[in-house]
Design a protein around this ligand. Structure first.
Ligand code: AHR
Length: 515
């Protein structure tokens, strides 16, 4: 009996596999006038005082032999400029609710130290503070996103920080800023009001947080010079829909620029699995968590739609990415992990989800930028490398501020151990110059997939392609071989009178450009 069942299973499985290899996925792309613009802020980043993110990653101090500008590494600045990062969130994360900004201004030698309670218990000397961060953002040409301390800070402290960085006239805080060497206000528009208030931000209930939010937000004045602060409420942990519902119900819309959402692709918080040494089983589980973003964004958006049908309030996914065990031999509190093709596939599929929900998801921040979690840059003393996630995000930056082209796709399935995931993820946009960009991800770890796209409605004549791929899922860029994974020209398609036929290799990401 058992044997017969097994035979039936093998027969079905083999047939499915042969069938899906021959099967072509048809993607339809529409030119819709009503489609939203993909906000460039979806491609945002995050720099927390955590491990070697700030110290050693961004900041080495102006006496370092590593080439720097006012203490900030020139190699990191150049790489992030090339990436066109639209915004950078700072100083946390969990660290934000322990951070007292006045500790980080004025002469460096006079700044007090604190202990970084969340991340390794190391001593923080506050040598990188408000001026250093905001000047770095100016250098990068990126918009700062300051995360305010609600957990252990006061309303007055946060109100003072806003006045310190934004007020152009005479006031106690702007006078202090001028005394510290900065005459013009920085005009910071995006402000987080606490972080993970349900956890490290104070273990609050959604009801309690909403009340606190209203109080803090009231005293965060715009000072008439930013065109309106965008205040972002600390949002839900993954599928905590009650959190979003409570915030939307309790906080008046005019006090709320965005509601955050945090979702990490972690398979088990107690046993996360290796960053590099992983099996297909772990890969499949990671991707299951990553693709869950579609459901999360859809359901949180649906709740927001009830209270804000005109979609004035943004869903801000200000922490997302893969989270694995730290690299062997590194401080467990520093969250340093390598970055493989798995991460590129994860990022490509996630960004496609954000693009396709651009009407509500108007900002997101990959966690994190340098040396922490799914970093785009890793440093080792004088050395720096760009990870597969960096290359992926550079390929995708063509979607920034482009008009979404809605797509329809009936994806084939990626089957592993009797479970399935959609194998193909896609999004498309048209930029200001009329160029169309289609990003395609093959999540399947084993099988190439055939895709057909009808280009006739889009008026495209020529197509070119870039691919990010490698021979093994576990492949990564190391300090010994920093360019192993790099984007390459892709020629695996045929343009048959406006019908594009593509074969996308397993665990790879494609960016097609049509003109
Ligand atoms: O990104 C690392 C940490 O993850 C952040 O500090 C916190 O907000 C989240 O739990």
């Amino acid at each position: 009996m058992k044997k017969t069942l097994l035979l039936v299973f093998v027969f079905i499985f083999c047939n499915q596999s042969v069938f899906s290899q021959k099967e072509t996925t048809v993607i339809t792309i529409k030119n819709s006038e009503n489609a939203p613009i993909i906000n460039r802020n979806i491609y945002g980043h995050f720099a927390e005082h955590l491990g070697r993110s700030i110290y050693g990653g961004f900041f080495v101090g102006d006496t370092s032999k590593i080439p720097n500008t006012n203490g900030v590494r020139n190699d990191v600045v150049a790489a992030l400029k090339a990436l066109k990062i639209p915004n950078l969130r700072w100083p946390g994360g969990c660290f934000a609710d322990t951070y007292h900004w006045k500790d980080g201004i004025g002469p460096k030698e006079e700044r007090p130290t604190i202990v970084n309670q969340w991340w390794g218990g190391v001593t923080e000397d506050n040598s990188f503070g408000t001026h250093d961060f905001l000047n770095l953002c100016e250098l990068l040409g990126t918009e700062p996103y300051l995360a305010g301390n609600m957990g252990s800070g006061t309303v007055q402290e946060l109100a003072d920080w806003v006045q310190y960085v934004n007020f152009g006239g005479k006031s106690p805080m702007s006078d202090l800023r001028v005394k510290n060497g900065r005459k013009e206000p920085w005009k910071v528009k995006i402000w987080g009001v606490g972080n993970e208030a349900w956890g490290c931000g104070g273990n609050m209930t959604a009801d309690y947080y909403s009340g606190e939010y209203r109080k803090y937000a009231t005293f965060m004045s715009d000072w008439d010079n930013t065109g309106g602060l965008m205040r972002v409420a600390s949002g839900a942990n993954s599928a905590d829909y009650n959190w979003t519902e409570t915030l939307m119900k309790n906080i008046p819309g005019n006090m709320l620029g965005g509601v955050a959402l945090h979702h990490y692709s972690v398979i088990d918080w107690n046993k996360k699995g290796s960053d590099v040494d992983f099996t297909e089983d772990l890969y499949f589980k990671t991707m299951t968590q990553a693709l869950k973003m579609e459901e999360l964004v859809t359901k949180h958006s649906a709740i927001m739609d009830k209270y804000d049908p005109k979609k004035k309030i943004a869903l801000v996914v200000d922490e997302w990415g893969g989270w694995y065990d730290v690299e062997k031999g590194t401080n467990p509190g520093f969250l340093y992990q390598q970055n493989t093709m798995r991460d590129a596939v994860l990022a490509g599929a996630t960004l496609n989800i954000f693009n396709n929900h651009a009407d509500r998801v108007r900002m997101a921040n990959l966690a994190q930028c340098v040396n922490v979690l799914q970093a785009v840059i890793l440093t080792d003393k004088t050395k720096m490398l760009l990870t597969p996630t960096y290359h992926l995000m550079q390929m995708y930056n063509v979607h920034q501020d482009a008009k979404l082209l809605p797509i329809t796709i009936n994806s084939p399935l990626y089957t592993y151990n009797g479970e399935t995931l959609p194998a193909i993820s896609a999004s498309a946009s048209k930029d200001k110059n009329g160029s169309v960009h289609i990003s395609l991800v093959n999540v399947d770890a084993k099988k190439a997939n055939k895709i057909e796209i009808d280009l006739t409605e889009l008026g495209i004549k020529t197509v070119s392609g870039t691919i990010l791929a490698s021979s093994k899922l576990q492949d990564h860029n190391s300090f010994e071989n920093p360019t192993k994974i790099q984007p390459a020209v892709f020629k695996g398609f045929e343009n048959k009178k406006g019908k594009l036929e593509i074969t996308i290799p397993p665990f790879s990401v494609l960016m097609l450009e049509g003109k």
